[in-house]
Design a protein around this ligand. Sequence first.
Ligand code: FE2
Length: 375
Amino acid sequence: MATATKQPLATAAKDFLPLNGTDYVEFYVGNARQAAYFYRAAFGMKLVAYAGPETGLRDRASYVVQQDKIRLVLTTPLRPGNAIADHIAKHGDGVKDIALWVDDAVSAWRETTRRGARSVREPWVLKDDHGTVRMASIATYGDTVHTFVERADYNGPFLPGFEAVEQDNVVRPVGLKYIDHVVGNVGWNEMNAFVDFYRDVMGFEMFQSFDDKDISTEYSALMSKVMSNGNGRVKFPINEPAEGRKKSQIEEYLEFNNGPGAQHLALATDDILTTVTKLCEQGVEFLRVPETYYAELESRVGKIDESMEDLKRLNLLVDRDDEGYLLQIFTRPVEDRPTVFFEIIQRKGGRSFGKGNFKALFEAIEREQGLRGNL
Ligand code: FE2
């Protein structure tokens, strides 16, 4: 039996860690200039800020790309033997920091470390002509961190030290709006420890859970629990592998990422037909489900606004819950290691995570895993 559960979100009254949303997601990459070009040309992000040797940094360069509320920071080391270079050597290009926008960074750091979070960096202050930003960082799964960012007293392009980039001649916007959720992959039997971490240390509550009967194919399985903060603006599903006949996609990720880390970022749009059409034109590669997926679709999800022709043409997935439906599609990994990928999602009332699509989707992933010789 399926055991998806839905539980009420925490009330604001007991929220000791109020979050305004995701502030930015920072990737450590081998070549930030070229990675930034990829996100601008393919995903339609606009280059808005830069910091590097020209602005006084000696050890790194960072490019900030943005589309509506989605802000990615692409950081590369300029020399060997520092923490950024070590992170890339171990994990490849990937997510380092899922930064959270708060009104009080010192309080966020104090409340979470008091409850058992490991401090990565005690509260610090950055200033420039545009004002002041307060930040502090704690550890989560693998080598990933959450930085709390308090920016009410700041009106610069990103953070103190970054210079604004006035014009971007590459950007090709596709209508992406905000980060819907960020999924973490953790190791065998580690999911519940991180569920406890987000509940006890960050004040999140479990929003939905899926066991290996919900998420299994002929070959492999995984388990997932979705943690949400009190106002629902920050959602972190946590996956762990489950026993199957062959290696699961989570195990493949853990092997190539060399441990736990962020698996995918789900980016929301309010017009997925236009967004995915443009992304395809701009070279973003998506997983494909077989034609047979669409044969049973209408009986599973009922009437929807989109035409079957459009869904098939763009290979979109649809799922319904008792509040509405959602449309989603997943990219192939965006680097050579089979690690981080993106989801594009449009919610039309649906608050779930596409449980009805898991089987078709994971079979599509397994076909690619097989091609890589990792199944
Ligand atoms: Fe997702």
